[in-house]
Design a protein around this ligand. Sequence first.
Ligand SMILES: Nc1nc2c(ncn2[C@@H]2O[C@H](COP(=O)(O)OP(=O)(O)OP(=O)(O)O)[C@@H](O)[C@H]2O)c(=O)[nH]1
Ligand SMILES: [Zn+2]
Ligand SMILES: [Zn+2]
Length: 251
Amino acid sequence: MCATCGCSDDAGVRVIDPSSAGHEHGHGHGHSHPEPDRTVLLEQDILAANDRLAADNRTWLAARGIHTLNVMSSPGSGKTTLLARTIVDRGRTLPMSVIEGDQETIFDAERIRATGCRVVQINTGAGCHLDAGMLAKALHTLAPPPRSTVFIENVGNLVCPALFDLGEAARVVVMSVTEGADKPLKYPHMFRTADVVLLNKIDLLPYVDFDVESFTEDLTRVNPRPEVLCLSATTGTGLDEWYGWLDGRES
Ligand SMILES: Nc1nc2c(ncn2[C@@H]2O[C@H](COP(=O)(O)OP(=O)(O)OP(=O)(O)O)[C@@H](O)[C@H]2O)c(=O)[nH]1
Ligand SMILES: [Zn+2]
Ligand SMILES: [Zn+2]
């Protein structure tokens, strides 16, 4: 994981509510880079501390009947496009809000806000994943209503986000057909804990070399559990199955 890359402390992390400009909850502090021989121990400490905070989040969310989905993928697989479309199609019947994670900018939060949905943005600075402490702060700012759904869009990264439990109820991994069908075998940690895998951008299948069958076979070797839903967040193909999966989680 990334204890050596500087993203394991929260230096430079900010939680931003785009609806109240300039109102930031900064809590950055300086950080040092660990010696290489201390890295493994440091990783274990970091993950253990994260797991404790994730358990607290899970308890807090469960007490309020708030359902959280941790949405993860490579950069650009279509997470924000899918969430914006989901809000437009289902936001009236399913109360929802969003926590956005990116290194910098509030671009994604602005896209979600344009749908009328409540959203806060976490900027991770040098960090390349969300952790449970960041989520706790973002939940405090977001204040989601009881018995609602909170989508957490993790930082676009197919590696570290998989290692950090946030206290979510389920993990949604988005893959797009432009990324290549070999990703489950190359990035097994991400796919191993997925509850559902959304294969996005299937409108581009005629133009790219992507074998859906070999993708699902390789995925099954890594993790036989998740449903694979083929869809296009832009054309709307397959979205009914995604909404059906969401409804199944709520019931
Ligand atoms: N053709 C096609 N393009 C899509 C689809 N879904 C998303 N895109 C495009 O893919 C690009 C990236 O989409 P985003 O929704 O920003 O991806 P993201 O996963 O949120 O990206 P990061 O937040 O940067 O990780 C945009 O240009 C979208 O319009 C799809 O189903 N089909
Ligand atoms: Zn995004
Ligand atoms: Zn990381």
